[in-house]
Write a protein that binds this ligand. Structure first.
Ligand SMILES: [Zn+2]
Ligand SMILES: [Zn+2]
Length: 342
């Protein structure tokens, strides 16, 4: 006879906007959570954890695994926010992994799902939500959604899950608080199993200060231009890829101000849908290159945006196509060398 497990799924937004401190603090939050849950005999006995990420697509990066065997893989970001694909994959994984109750055995407990996102889906999420809730007569999981920041459509999250939370910012301190609370929630959920019968829900009374519960209907869909945009670039020195993050100027609400640049991995797939049609004249300068701190940027006719020193050298070799560009006139593509605002 096998023990009844409490399956815990994390459905993590790994879109490009999560790059940098946000995804780092999710990574360390999950790692700390696992090591803490391992200290808890009750959790150790019952909880199994799985990680599903969504960005350009969705992937179960860690199958449902008992705590002692868990090894957290490295989270990787990609362009896009394919939450619909993430929800479909979640549903498939639950249907495949979670043991059902039969005549011979009691199945696993109803899974806990924690969805974490900072943006709006870029794929078809509505049919995924309908599928998730229509397949079975009883809910296949208790889903808790945590939205981070102002770009989130909280009304949408209310359709995905029963209970929606909001975190203002994704600073590492606040993300840490969030994971401390999630850890405590999983511990108390596993401790209450069996004592109350069905329950695998979490205690909503002990929310950390920065996490607020979102009541249904209390938020409207965000309108207007996106609050952040991203431009993929390459260092003209070491030729490595990076992404430049811009934030909408809160004063005028028209231009994007440089915010930070983050290293990308070489195999990072670029060309997120958010970037298409982005008018570079709306960008006010650029963030310094994260590798060499060059404070300018220019574009090659091949589409590669690259960092460039200021004042600009007479010519520069495109790290994308290898062409030699004269920086005075041939830096086409509408992305001129600009003084960094910083
Ligand atoms: Zn550089
Ligand atoms: Zn080029």
């Amino acid at each position: 006879m096998t023990t009844r497990r409490l399956p815990v799924y994390f459905l993590l937004d790994c879109s490009e906007s999560m790059i940098g401190p946000a995804v780092d603090s999710v990574q360390s939050g999950v790692e700390r959570m696992i090591s803490e849950l391992r200290q808890d005999p009750q959790a150790l006995e019952t909880a199994s954890v799985s990680l599903i990420t969504f960005g350009q697509g969705a992937k179960q990066i860690m199958p449902l695994t008992e705590l002692l065997a868990v090894q957290i893989p490295q989270l990787r970001v990609g362009p896009g926010t394919a939450m619909g694909a993430g929800l479909r994959l979640l549903s498939d994984c639950i249907n495949r992994d979670v043991r059902k109750t039969t005549r011979e055995q009691k199945g696993d407990y109803r899974p806990l799902v924690f969805l974490l996102t900072d943006g709006q889906p870029t794929d078809d999420w509505e049919s995924a939500v309908d599928d998730l809730w229509s397949k079975t007569e009883s809910r296949i999981a208790n889903i808790y959604a945590v939205g981070c920041g102002d770009d989130v459509d909280y009304g949408l999250l209310g359709r995905v899950s029963d209970i929606v939370f909001r975190l203002d910012e994704m600073t590492s301190e606040k993300m840490n608080q969030l994971f401390v609370w999630l850890t405590a929630s999983i511990r108390s959920a596993s401790a209450s199993l069996g004592t109350t019968g069905a329950g695998s829900g979490i205690d909503l009374s002990k929310l950390p200060d920065d996490v607020t519960r979102v009541e249904p209907g209390s938020y409207t869909r965000p309108t207007g231009p996106p609050r952040q945009v991203f431009v993929d670039a390459r260092c003209s020195g070491n030729r490595k890829p990076y992404v430049m993050r811009y934030k909408l100027d809160p004063i005028g609400g028209q231009y994007y101000m440089p915010s930070a640049s983050h290293p990308l991995e070489e195999n990072h797939s670029s060309g997120g849908s958010e970037l298409q049609g982005l008018d570079s004249s709306l960008l006010d300068g650029c963030p310094a290159c994260c590798y060499c701190e060059n404070s300018g940027a220019c574009a090659c006719g091949c589409g590669t945006v690259m960092c460039i020193a200021e004042p600009a050298p007479a010519s520069i070799v495109c790290p994308g196509c290898g062409a030699t560009l004269r920086t005075s006139s041939e830096s086409g593509g509408g992305f001129q060398v600009k003084q960094s605002a910083g």
